[in-house]
Write a protein of this length. Structure first.
Length: 202
């Protein structure tokens, strides 16, 4: 009787071991795959979230440095990186120099960085920031109501939204990025020649 009970216990233990090994293998495979992918995608551009398909963008209004009301028709036909930021936002302040250099290198007839400040104090603080931080290539734009930011469903600053030359959202990046790095310049530069996804570093 004792021998039968002993064999029964061994059989149960062996069965449980098999099921446990199978469960571990099923769990380990996705983890290993995720670790592998994490090594492939590097740099701040890994935070970019590409759209599954180009999305329509909302109609927004904002003010230029002269106080004139503007909208996205001013950048029609261009690839545009819209950056929502504010002078009181620490990560935004650190990112602006890189955006300025990106505009200097790629800005022109086909591409533009459109930096829209949401400072409630208006253009004066934006103008002061540009002067103090030697921002020379970016245009100064402000939306003191933050309506443009809310229309794009931007809930944190900075947030950058990439728009194609047909006015459709290709994706966005929440948080600061090193836009003047090789990864940062890669997609806007490549998109000017053919569509791309920033989330993939080639």
């Amino acid at each position: 009787m004792a021998k039968l009970k002993y064999k029964f216990v061994i059989t149960i233990a062996a069965t449980m071991s098999i099921f446990l090994a199978l469960a571990i293998s099923q769990f380990a495979a996705p983890v290993a795959q995720a670790i592998d992918l994490s090594h492939r995608v590097k740099g701040t551009m890994a935070n970019f979230n590409p759209s599954k398909k180009p999305l329509p963008v909302p109609s927004i209004k904002f003010r230029d440095e002269q106080g004139r009301e503007q909208d996205l028709t001013m950048v029609r036909g261009k690839v545009v990186l819209i950056n929502f930021w504010a002078t009181w936002c620490g990560p935004c302040r650190r990112e602006m120099a890189d955006l300025d250099q990106l505009q200097a290198q790629l800005g022109g007839r086909d591409f533009m960085v459109l930096a829209i400040s949401s400072d409630r104090k208006g253009m004066d603080v934006v103008r002061d920031f540009y002067r103090d931080y030697k921002i020379k290539h970016l245009g100064a734009f402000n939306d003191s109501t933050s309506k443009a930011q809310r229309a794009f469903r931007v809930y944190g600053l900075p947030t950058s939204v990439l728009i194609d030359d047909r006015g459709r959202e290709l994706g966005r990046l929440v948080g600061p990025a090193e836009w003047h790095s090789d990864e940062g310049r890669h997609c806007p530069d490549r998109y000017l020649r053919k569509p791309c996804q920033i989330g993939r570093v080639v």
